[in-house]
Design a protein around this ligand. Structure first.
Ligand SMILES: *Cc1c(COP(=O)(O)O)cnc(C)c1O
Length: 414
């Protein structure tokens, strides 16, 4: 048979974190059409306070109470979001002096801010020392710069060593450990770095390991956490002072594409419980941190764009919208995807049960500007609102907003 249908077609995980009432999507109880009127223009991003709060509560319930939860703010650096998250989590992870400013302005406690990232410029390192935040050292070059800033400012530089481990996190979208990397110090260089830190009077606090991102497999996250813990334990033997900080990374993923399902937190909680129990005797002074970006904010956000044109080309329905890859690059498939797949997308209001295969495109003059490829959607009309779910992370700040000169996107925290 030539046209054998696939046994079962993979579908998107249900986007039931947002309620639908009478065909209208609700964001924290507000009808999407009302929210659009409140914003005053489309396109926009909307982030739900209720969902952000709920996600943190779920994590607190699933993970041991000793685990500190950090928000990696590069996932969503909107100042209002960072401020809201700062009140919910135990610390903020920043990756530039620009992010550091947002975190400090948000009122995050500098004692609980850490700064990771390759290529930290000398002024950024100096700003970190002056701010009293923890620097996750990624290169031998950073150590003398920190030592000099320490001396000039009369403040001890707080440092953790980010380690490039000798293993790789399996099953993750983006790999950040194992083999040669621009991130962290190779594990074999750590003894030398610790010696330098001790000699120069840097305040060594611990280790940071981050093995990867967007992982939906609890077993591989558990394995990476355990291996990271054991590597830190081995490296701690070379430290002259006790480990006070151990960041085991994160990598918790959310379902974006058909066939993907939500991460099961239960085995991760049990695994961390075992690690916390071991650390009580093996690294008794260490606060253990997991740092999460998209898992905290991704599912709480929507990208909303309005249908400007409903066009039929040789039988194919095109919903042409007022925004696209210029605001939501990842949903277009151009932010690290190898084979383009559809994000979960909806059209509101829903007027009936009929669905039609629709192309959802943006206003840019390039075929790359595609938000949905022949997705079965309710019949979209001019003026309807197209919603891209799972848009709370790596959205507005990760998209080429100036490309083709359309207005920048508005962001609201609801
Ligand atoms: C990007 C990044 C994160 C956040 O990753 P998510 O996939 O959003 O959870 C955490 N830690 C470090 C070091 C990162 O670079």
């Amino acid at each position: 048979m030539i046209n054998a249908a696939p046994a079962s077609r993979p579908v998107h995980a249900p986007m039931d974190q947002f309620a639908v009432d009478g065909g209208e999507l609700l964001v924290d109880g507000i009808k999407l059409s009302t929210l659009a009127a409140r914003v005053g223009s489309t396109p926009f991003y909307a982030y739900s306070r209720a969902l952000l709060r709920q996600r943190v509560a779920e994590l607190r319930a699933a993970l041991p109470r000793q685990i500190k939860l950090h928000y990696a703010m590069k996932a969503n650096p909107m100042p209002a979001v960072v401020q809201f998250m700062a009140g919910l989590v135990d610390g903020i992870d920043v990756a530039s002096a620009g992010e550091l400013k947002v975190a400090l302005d948000a009122g995050a406690d500098p004692a609980e801010i850490s700064f990771a990232g390759p290529g930290k410029r000398d002024p950024e390192l100096r700003q970190s020392v002056a701010s009293g935040v923890l620097v996750n050292v990624e290169s031998m070059r950073e150590l003398p710069v920190l030592a000099r800033a320490s001396q000039e400012l009369g403040l001890p530089a707080r440092v953790a060593i980010r380690v490039n481990p000798d293993f790789e996190l399996k099953g993750s979208g983006m790999k950040m450990g194992g083999g040669p990397k621009q991130f962290g110090l190779d594990a074999e260089l750590v003894p030398e770095a610790l010696l330098f830190a001790a000699r120069e009077g840097l305040a060594f606090e611990g280790f940071h390991l981050f093995a990867g991102s967007q992982n939906l497999r609890a077993d591989s996250i558990c394995e990476a956490q355990l291996k990271s813990y054991e590597l830190a334990l081995r490296l701690a033997e070379h430290a002259r002072t006790p480990v006070k900080f151990l960041n085991l990374g994160g990598g918790f993923g959310i379902p974006y594409f058909p066939g993907e399902t939500r991460l099961d937190l239960a085995p991760i909680g049990a695994n961390l419980q075992a690690i916390v129990a071991r650390a009580a005797s093996e690294l008794p002074e260490a606060g253990i941190v997991v740092e999460l970006g998209r898992y905290l904010v991704g599912e709480a956000g929507l990208y909303v764009t309005r249908v400007v044109d409903r066009k039929i080309s040789r039988g194919q329905v095109y919903l042409v919208c007022d925004g696209g890859l210029n605001h939501q690059l990842a949903a277009s498939g151009n932010f690290g995807q190898v084979v383009r797949k559809n994000y979960p997308v909806g059209v509101f209001p829903v007027r009936g049960d009929a669905r039609e295969p629709s192309m959802v495109v943006g206003p840019l003059c390039t075929p790359l500007d595609l938000l949905a490829d022949r997705l079965a959607l309710p019949e979209g009309q001019v003026g309807d609102l197209v919603v891209v779910f799972q848009s709370g992370a790596y959205g507005a700040s990760s998209s080429p907003q100036a490309f083709l000169g359309h207005p920048p996107v508005v962001e609201v925290l609801v």
